[in-house]
Ligand binder design. Sequence first.
Ligand code: CAO
Length: 439
Amino acid sequence: MAEIKPVTVPDIGDYQDVPVIEVMIKVGDQVKAEQSLLTLETDKATMDVPAPFDGVVKEVKIKTGDKISQGSLIALIETSNAAPASATPAENKSAKAQAAPAPQAAGVAGYSSRPAQDGSETAAYPMRNEPAPPRPAVVATGKSHASPAIRRFARELGVDLTRVKGSGEKNRVTKTDVQLFVKAALAQPQGGGGLQVLAMPVVNFAKFGAIETKPLSRIQKISGANLHRNWVTIPHITQHDEADITDMEVFRKQLGQEYAAQGIKITPLAFMLKAVVEALQQFQNFNASLDASGENLVLKKYFHIGVAVDTPDGLMVPVLRDVNQKGLVQLAQELAEVSAKARDKKLPATDMQGGCFTISSLGGIGGTAFTPIINAPEVAILGVSRASMKPVYKDGAFVPRLMLPLSLSYDHRVIDGAAAARFTTYLAQVLSDVRRLAL
Ligand code: CAO
């Protein structure tokens, strides 16, 4: 007989008030025993809390960002069998066995756990759509079935699960399958194309003076690995340009005054978002990604723009949806909202997915130009530096104009230098005549 049962946090060792970093269920979801309900993050490891029984989620009692301890109520789940209503170490044996064991999390009962640098999409900067690894010896056919813990493990390693043959029950992909896949991929001949560089020297810095060792944040570890991959695998070129935003600035200040009473701050970035979409509509190859084979360009008909946000824990890239359908004021509001969420660690994974192009603005800080790293699988990123007054030669005389530095990094496999120069020239034109944005 169907019965609604509370599911609580089981024994998690000595941990108290552990932050929830991902909630994987919603009301109405059908869950299976051992399926991960949520992910917790301690300072040492992340842990998945599995469902203790099969059932249908009736209520979810926690959200991302909540801090929970043993006994905290997670959800109400309707079940028709008589399984007990909390996860126990015995019940979670298989989840434990499947997940990557983290030495730091040893002693934490009843959990699948992994080191705190997981590659889940909840995280940061370039964690979307991992590119396919080299063609392996073992190739899967059709759709893959794997538990959330295995999916996460695969994401950490950049493995496309649809290419892994499952050897588990009903062809489910197991951890060993993923490991074998990676081994096979690594064993493929590199054809002389692999990066062969000297190992980094190991230096005892303490020999030269006082030091302090500070661990990188989880976000830094994730974004670092992805930035590294993008930097070494994408042939980057950066095209620098300047836009005359003197008139735009007059309009922005006017608009800013009109909306200040409503608490809306309109920064140049809202204009950049609109102008970039204008340019993407003109130059479709910039609103695209290479497919997994590397032989086709996937042109996107939507305009979702990522914005790099500097947070105390590292860089995050929330994505603003359908920028082409929104006005400056709405974009300014959304920008403020997502930046605040990113800084408060309240950005859900979904808010960081589906971007077509990224803007990285250091304009509020300073600088004249920089080389942003492409947020793969996107093919270009716009860096914006601080606008400054400059003498511009016009009609036989130097006139003071407010010039905005633009730095467009692009994937040279997809975009030619001439196209990049046309893109930034067009972008600068749009920004110098904001009437175009109203068209
Ligand atoms: N030129 C001159 N002034 C600028 C400017 C520019 N290009 N861009 C912003 N400003 C001004 C704003 O108008 C604002 O001025 P007031 O305080 O006088 O109103 C001030 O600088 C601060 O702006 P802001 O940074 O708060 O707001 P924003 O909309 O420009 O940026 C955000 C928001 C979230 C992008 C930003 O806060 C941020 O995190 N930037 C860092 C991104 C980053 O780290 N990129 C590097 C990634 S490595 O590739």
